[in-house]
Design a binder for this molecule. Structure first.
Ligand SMILES: Cc1ncc(COP(=O)(O)O)c(C=O)c1O
Length: 417
């Protein structure tokens, strides 16, 4: 018997779209393809030996707790360690202001569940993290995109967007920002932009969702304070994760907010999974308590710095005039802009089939469907040799398709934004 699945689906499920990245990853698992598409950490950064030792100790010393159900809020020791960990960034929070989640991705879904009704407006960056857009879309909201330059979200454009919504009598629920080494662009917001954002959020009485998985992976430059630290958490909800610093397989993320907001989040999470895995929480708490993560961070940053440099060098060498890219001071991604009029999506099948190189099309990260001439390149997963060869292949493809007005025999590259 066949069923008409559509007739059974909720409105939210009908609005769900499969992630472009996941679909692409399937394609690129075929041999010979160099993939700049995923967002995977380099497995050589995983603290395998330390995890072996800590797991053994957790099982020896606290098996009955670590293998049992836990409370929805999360392991008390882990939350206390996290409070200590975040203090170095000026984030002051007690354990009741912290909720442990299954990766920060679950935090985004909890935010959707707790705050969003169909028809609500929220503000997102152009471009913005694809899987957050995917979650928020499920809740039937209107996403108002505000462009970004190399200092972060353009806050004068944000002011226009907020004023425009206010004129329509609409009140956006929150502004979603990835201010450090953004996924996808690699851009870091300046402190001025962070302050301007908070000033506007206060003026228009909206919340700020600060999603910050990459903050710890800084290669150079000095770190502006987290948005949360600048307003003392008055209207900011902070999300972070161990996915990029310890290992994504642990699935440990966390949220920080005022106690009454966290209490709402806890209620929402109860129905989702009762609790996050006690075992990996106990391990993560030990990794923090023994300062293992703290000691490893410089090595992780060094690995990714080398890979970023390899990608920047290859781009500089290979790309024709008219192609520009960002120069991230940390994180896992950079953002490439083709000359206007070129279409990264139209090129992708040839990139994969002919040149055997993959990237993520920029339009997927644009809530307004724009960014057709852009793409995200990941430098954390491929090896330095693969980066070299992959950029060579990508440049060859781009050169073949350059509009006549921008093609040039002498490869000259603008590393502007
Ligand atoms: C901006 C951003 N937020 C959230 C996540 C989700 O991370 P996780 O669920 O592994 O903690 C990612 C992962 O790539 C990300 O880039």
């Amino acid at each position: 018997m066949t069923i008409d699945l559509d007739a059974f689906l909720s409105t939210g499920a009908r609005g769900m779209r499969r992630s472009l990245i996941r679909e692409l990853l399937k394609l690129t698992s075929r041999g010979g393809i160099i993939s700049f598409a995923g967002g995977f950490p380099d497995p050589t950064t995983f603290p395998v030996e330390e995890l072996q030792e800590v797991s053994r100790d957790v099982l020896a010393d606290q098996a009955s707790r670590a293998l049992q159900y836990g409370i929805t809020e999360g392991d008390v020791r882990l939350r206390d360690e996290l409070a200590r960990w975040m203090a170095k960034d000026g984030i002051t929070a007690n354990r009741d202001q912290i909720l442990i989640t299954n990766g920060s991705q679950q935090g985004l879904d909890i935010i959707g569940k707790v705050f969003l009704d169909p028809g609500d407006a929220i503000i997102v960056e152009l471009p913005s993290y694809l899987a957050a857009l995917q979650v928020f879309r499920t809740y039937g909201v209107e996403m108002v995109g505000v462009p970004q330059d190399d200092e972060g979200m353009e806050t004068d454009r944000l002011a226009d967007a907020l004023a425009g919504l206010a004129r329509q009598g609409r009140h956006p629920k929150f502004i979603y920002a990835v201010p450090d080494f953004q996924n996808p662009s690699g851009i870091t917001w300046t402190e001025e932009r962070r302050r301007a954002l908070l000033q506007l959020a206060t003026q228009y009485d909206t919340l700020v969702v600060e999603d910050n998985p990459y903050r710890e992976i800084r290669f150079e430059g000095s770190a502006p304070p987290p948005i949360y630290a600048l307003d003392g958490g008055a209207r900011t909800i902070y999300l972070s994760t161990f996915s990029k610093t310890l290992a994504p397989g642990l699935r440990i993320g966390w949220m920080v907010a005022q106690e009454e907001i966290i209490a709402q989040f806890v209620t929402a999470k109860q129905g989702m999974d009762l609790c996050s895995p006690s075992f990996t929480q106990a391990i993560a708490a030990e990794m923090l308590r023994r300062d293992i993560l703290y000691r490893r961070l410089p090595n992780i940053a060094a690995v990714y710095r080398r890979k970023r440099d390899a990608m920047l060098r290859a781009l500089q060498r290979e790309m024709p005039s008219g192609v520009t890219w960002t120069r991230p001071e940390g994180g896992l991604f950079l953002w490439l802009r083709l000359p206007e009029g070129m279409d990264a999506e139209a090129l992708l099948p040839q990139a994969v089939e002919q040149e055997r190189v993959a990237y993520v099309i920029g339009s997927g990260f644009h809530a307004d469907g724009g960014g057709k001439h852009t793409m995200r390149l990941n430098f954390s997963y491929p090896s330095e040799d693969e980066i070299d060869e992959g950029i060579r292949r990508l440049a060859r493809l781009i050169k073949r398709h350059l509009p006549l007005s921008t093609s040039s025999t002498a490869p000259r590259t603008t590393v502007s934004d």
